[in-house]
Ligand binder design. Structure first.
Ligand SMILES: *[C@@H]1O[C@H](CO)[C@@H](O)[C@H](O)[C@H]1NC(C)=O
Ligand SMILES: *[C@@H]1O[C@H](CO)[C@@H](O)[C@H](O)[C@H]1NC(C)=O
Ligand SMILES: *[C@@H]1O[C@H](CO)[C@@H](O)[C@H](O)[C@H]1NC(C)=O
Ligand SMILES: *[C@@H]1O[C@H](CO)[C@@H](O)[C@H](O)[C@H]1NC(C)=O
Ligand SMILES: *[C@@H]1O[C@H](CO)[C@@H](O)[C@H](O)[C@H]1NC(C)=O
Length: 849
């Protein structure tokens, strides 16, 4: 197959220029020249297009007002050295402009010649972004710089949510500088090139297979291929052989692929089968009048050139437009009185001699003026409007995005510098305000390699033996969460179980290694561990993260020593309700003044935190609490004793700020204690596994943990680790703030017993007195002493009645007695009557009974 892309174009302008000028200063003919590799894909199309353009211009009396373009073409036969030597030979003859070169590499070399001799170098196919640099003022790019193509690739990568890509490219100016520009564009979108796989120009099939094997070992599955058709097609063949055209892979080919496929009259199914699912780019060209005119006569033009049939491609349109740009610029140049004249280069005169006819190389006097005219052109070409911006780029860069499916190329959307990705053609979008918002980016569905319709994830775990290195905090306290066995070094705990369960849910195997971190004397600092992730990540290019609760979820526990003192002076049934109400108020009064984090901040009391926990940094940096108030506590026992000591004693704390899981476990282990959680949670977030930023694993693992939470496994793991270490009751102590009726059961019992006891004594004494009183009555009423049996029930009722009236009377009497006592006490001050009264009083009492 003849599809070499190396293009060397050198214009040779045969020096027939300034010979016969007429009054207006215009020569009859201006010779331009070009040098193509005619058997390259682009060179073949371009050669036909350039010839067609020269003929069209020479047949149009309006454009150069009779001056003819005399085109000389050379075939450099794909040999770069030959191309350069030929270029020098052509430069010996006076030249106004060069159409070409086709390849970026040759363009770099020839640009120095052009700079020296002031001959514009007009390339429609050298896309290397660095050619736009100020170093090459005489290089004119009449196509779109790869800078825009790479921006469109980066937009694609961002659109599909991939973070890392692999690039395969030819290691020359075109490949290297294109990929470097891609790296810049990706980093603007917070993505990056993970691996750059370069191959030398002209690499063999074996070389390319080796490159692919190295690529397959990397984790990224998004491959961007920036090559020439000859090597690019072999890459696809080899990738198919190596199984790299299968499900899970993403291939993005830059426009080399479409520039090769578009001119083919028949798309070979065998060829397309090696690249199914590939996404490729193509320069977007508008449907102009010139384009349709050129297309309609294209097959005729190809026949005239003596080639077998091929179709017009976008580079053909750019080549056609390039000649028109030169014609418009020359016209403007002549209109402003420009002359075609050449002078010898003084530098070359100095080094003349030897076999080379260097002094023949002459400088184009009007070079700068012509260059200026070229940058000022503004007309409708075959590919669209032709106009350069201040940076020398053609305006409105745009690309078609195609997907290779089955036997053809399907356009899935467009990219334009104006609006990014869309399914609407750029011409329509130019009429609307630019909108590059994320919601506005859209493409049609893609059939990915392996006939997959689901967007590939874009990465896998590298198959190169590197395992995920996971730092694990080796805890000293609360070892249920995560710790390493001191003898076996086995890492166990709730966090590890959650991690393993989540990893097992992933659709792909993840080899990992747990590395304990800590000195086994106190809990390790989580901050240090997090920093290790960052350093290890950059040092080993490997992932490292740790599993634990993150410090974001901080809560406060407030120890409260609830003392309930009951003083009963009077115990009566009716007062028990009042008593319980009072006791509730009493408890409220005795509660710690700390009701939440805010009151903790404003107080001056010492605050406890767990050694190594984020809480320390959070309290100091986020909440602005002075470090001197903080007290590090290592174990649950220290928690307990510090809380029990309270804020006023040395070593005691008013409260402990810690992460909720630890606090809950502490409360489980201290049931019925005087400690409780107060206030509301003041940061929100739960479990945490820390990952390096942009780690592709973080999204998948988060999804897996959500799944665990939904199917109840998370709760089961929680119960497995935490319920076994809980108290037998397995329940949180009931809130000490609340008192219910059962809290008073003992009180009621005592109260009830006391009442019954008092009542019993009272009843006994009353009965005793009554029985004595009844005996006196019975003696006085002798006639009725032998009462008949028939009157017995009557007498029992009358006895009860008389007992009650006795009790009643006695009550009245005792009240009267106490009143008389008071009166007697007052009287006794002045007389002795009180004594007699007392005796009579007692006598009367006796009498009344
Ligand atoms: C292009 O043509 C030259 C000779 O004209 C030949 O040496 C070279 O191999 C050809 N290239 C291809 C790809 O056919
Ligand atoms: C001078 O230029 C005019 C166009 O402006 C052209 O028609 C004419 O042939 C030219 N004369 C000569 C002598 O070349
Ligand atoms: C062009 O050449 C004529 C003489 O041939 C000269 O008078 C004129 O100044 C030149 N114009 C420029 C722009 O060099
Ligand atoms: C591309 O777009 C950027 C901003 O979106 C703009 O600054 C730049 O001029 C555009 N380039 C071209 C060649 O249109
Ligand atoms: C851009 O497009 C989005 C979605 O189509 C729309 O919501 C937004 O308002 C547009 N913004 C502008 C500036 O037109």
């Amino acid at each position: 197959m003849t599809f070499i892309l190396h293009l060397f174009g050198v214009l040779c302008c045969l020096c027939s220029c300034a010979q016969s000028q007429n009054i207006s200063g215009r020569p009859d003919a201006v010779n331009i020249g070009a040098q193509f590799a005619r058997n390259s894909t682009i060179g073949r199309v371009a050669a036909v297009a350039v010839v067609a353009a020269v003929n069209d211009i020479n047949n149009d009396p309006n454009i150069l007002l009779g001056t003819k373009l005399d085109l000389k073409m050379h075939d450099s036969s794909c040999n770069r050295f030959l191309g350069i030597v030929q270029a020098l030979q052509f430069m010996e003859k006076d030249t106004v402009a060069i159409i070409g070169p086709l390849s970026s590499t040759t363009a770099h070399v020839l640009s120095h010649l052009a700079n020296e001799l002031h001959v514009p170098l007009m390339s429609f196919s050298a896309t290397d972004p660095t050619l736009s640099s100020l170093e090459y003022p005489f290089f004119v790019r009449t196509t779109v710089s790869d800078q825009f193509q790479m921006a469109s690739v980066a937009d694609l990568v961002e659109y599909y949510g991939w973070k890392q890509v692999t690039t395969i490219f030819v290691d020359n100016d075109y490949g290297r500088n294109g990929i470097s520009s891609l790296g810049d564009e990706l980093s603007k979108r917070r993505s990056k090139i993970l691996y750059k796989a370069a191959f030398r120009p002209g690499a063999t099939t074996e070389d390319l297979a080796d490159v692919l094997i190295r690529v397959a070992m990397r984790e990224s599955r998004v491959i961007i291929l920036h090559a020439n058709p000859d090597s690019g097609l072999v890459v696809f063949q080899q990738a198919l052989k190596l199984g790299m055209m299968s499900s899970g892979y993403v291939w993005i080919a830059t426009d080399w692929l479409t520039s090769y496929l578009d001119p083919l009259v028949h798309l070979d199914i065998g060829l397309l089968s090696t690249m199914q699912g590939v996404i490729a780019l193509r320069h977007h060209t508008e449907n102009t009048r010139r384009k349709s005119l050129l297309s309609s006569k294209w097959s005729e033009l190809v026949e005239d050139s003596g080639h077998s049939r091929f179709l017009l491609s976008t580079y053909g349109l750019y080549a056609y437009d390039t000649v028109w740009i030169l014609a418009h610029a020359l016209d403007a140049f002549f209109n402003s009185g420009g002359n075609i004249s050449f002078s010898p280069d003084p530098k070359l005169q100095e080094i003349s001699g030897g076999g080379l006819n260097l002094e023949a190389l002459s400088v184009f006097d009007g070079g700068w003026q012509l260059l200026e005219r070229i940058h000022q052109v503004n007309f409708m070409g075959a590919a669209g409007p032709v106009k350069f911006d201040s940076g020398g780029n053609l305006i409105r860069p745009a690309y078609d995005i195609v997907n290779i499916v089955g036997s053809g190329l399907r356009t899935i959307g467009y990219w334009s510098n104006y609006s990014g990705l869309s399914v609407i053609s750029p011409e329509t979008l130019y009429m609307k305000p630019a909108n590059r918002t994320r919601e506005n980016q859209k493409l049609y569905d893609v059939i990915w390699p392996g006939e997959d319709i689901k967007r590939p994830r874009g990465w896998v775990f590298p198959n190169n033996g590197n395992e995920l290195r996971i730092g694990v905090p080796d805890r000293v306290s609360y070892r249920q969460f995560v710790s390493a066995d001191s003898e076996t070094g086995m890492v166990r705990g709730l966090c590890i179980d959650v991690f393993v369960a989540a990893i097992n849910l992933l659709a792909y195997p993840v080899p990992y290694k747990l590395i304990p971190f800590g000195n086994r004397k106190e809990n390790p600092s989580y901050m240090e561990l997090i920093n290790k992730i960052l350093t290890d990540f950059s040092a080993h290019r490997n992932y490292c993260f740790f599993s634990a609760y993150t410090g974001e979820d901080t809560r406060s526990t407030l120890g409260r020593f609830v003392i309930i003192i009951w003083l009963f002076v009077v115990l009566i049934i009716q007062s028990s309700y009042t008593a319980s109400l009072t006791s509730i108020l009493t408890v409220q009064q005795l509660t710690s003044p700390i009701t939440g984090i805010d009151s903790l901040i404003t107080s001056d009391d010492p605050i406890g935190f767990q050694v190594g926990s984020f809480a320390e940094g959070y309290l100091v940096h986020e909440l602005g609490i002075s470090h001197s108030r903080l007290k590090a506590l290592g174990t649950p026992d220290e928690y307990k004793s510090a809380l029990e000591l309270g804020p006023s004693k040395k070593g005691g704390v008013a409260a402990i700020v810690d992460e909720r899981p630890y606090v809950e476990l502490f409360l489980y282990q201290n049931p019925n204690s005087k400690f409780a959680i107060v206030g509301s949670e003041f940061t929100k977030s739960g479990w945490g596994f820390a990952f390096p930023r942009d780690s592709p694993l973080s999204v998948d693992l988060s999804t897996a943990i959500l799944q665990l939470s939904e199917n109840g496994d998370l709760q089961r793991i929680h119960d497995k680790w935490l319920t076994s270490s809980m108290s037998p009751t397995n329940e949180l102590p009931s809130d000490p703030d609340r008192l219910d009726v059962y809290s008073f059961s003992a009180l009621f019992l005592i109260c009830g017993l006391a009442c019954i006891f008092a009542l019993a004594i009272h009843a006994c004494s009353l009965f005793y007195q009554y029985s004595r009183h009844a005996a006196v009555d019975d003696g006085a009423a002798l006639p009725s002493s032998g009462a008949s049996d028939g009157s017995r029930s009557l007498s029992r009722r009358s006895r009860l009645h008389s007992f009650l009236s006795f009790a009643d009377r006695r009550e009245i009497d005792s009240r009267r007695v106490s009143k008389e006592k008071e009166a007697a006490l007052g009287a006794s001050v002045g007389s002795m009557g009180g004594v007699s009264f007392t005796s009579s009083g007692s006598g009367s009492t006796t009498n009344s009974c």
